[in-house]
Ligand binder design. Structure first.
Ligand SMILES: Nc1nc2c(ncn2[C@@H]2O[C@H](COP(=O)(O)OP(=O)(O)OP(=O)(O)O)[C@@H](O)[C@H]2O)c(=O)[nH]1
Ligand SMILES: [Mg+2]
Length: 193
């Protein structure tokens, strides 16, 4: 969490979308970009050059209003999920305030979800953080697909942290705003205490 200056009372929350490649992180950000009206947009969005799979990261800066007297903005990052691009995920996790883990609900991707969650835990540990102390929301995405695993199975495999959960279909914008709102709320509740 960055206080840009005490005098101006600007607060910037850094939220990172994490999860296996092709799970729907960029799709979430595309919706956030669409849903954020121009006057809430604090800066130009950074869009990755590759439309298919993220190579570096995307960023959507959003203004969420005045909270506790602070002009509060959320910078939402989506790094690449491809296994080979772990170094960019690691960089994007620096000084993170909150995480939305985007799981791919498809049954055949269960292992990749687990592996991605394991990587997240380890990367946070490398920063001296315990995942259970980081504001986390788990979005079970692609609920529209016929091969989606049962929620109870996904929960048992991924949510060992009592994290709030969202059922998503990011392709249709479902669960997108709810996820970012939930994680912002969690971050701010930590801030207040
Ligand atoms: N059926 C379905 N398809 C989805 C959903 N969300 C995303 N997709 C599709 O899944 C594909 C991958 O989505 P991306 O948002 O690019 O995935 P990503 O997690 O950013 O992938 P990386 O950048 O490689 O990490 C795209 O073709 C999306 O249209 C969903 O809820 N349902
Ligand atoms: Mg992406």
């Amino acid at each position: 969490m960055a206080l840009t200056s005490k005098e101006s009372k600007d607060l910037i929350l850094k939220v990172n979308y994490f999860g296996p490649s092709l799970g729907g992180k960029t799709t979430n950000l595309q919706w956030l970009y669409q849903l954020t009206s121009q006057d809430q947009m604090t800066n130009k969005v950074v869009v990755d050059a590759n439309p298919e799979r993220t190579q570096l990261y995307e960023l959507v800066p959003m203004e969420i209003g005045n909270i506790l007297g602070y002009r509060t903005r959320v910078h939402v990052y989506s790094p690449p999920g491809q296994t080979a691009l772990a170094k960019y995920r690691k960089v994007a996790l620096k000084n993170v305030d909150g995480i939305v883990f985007v799981a791919d609900s498809q049954i055949e991707r269960l292992e990749e979800n687990i592996e991605s969650m394991r990587e997240l835990v380890n990367m946070l540990e490398d920063q001296g953080k315990d995942i259970s102390e980081v504001p986390l929301v788990i979005q079970y995405n692609k609920r529209d697909l016929p091969n989606a695993a049962a929620l109870s199975d996904l929960r048992a495999a991924l949510n060992h942290y009592n994290a709030p959960e969202v059922e998503g279909c990011a392709a249709d914008g479902k669960g997108v705003l709810e996820s970012v709102k939930l994680v912002s709320k969690k971050i701010l509740s930590f801030f207040k205490t």
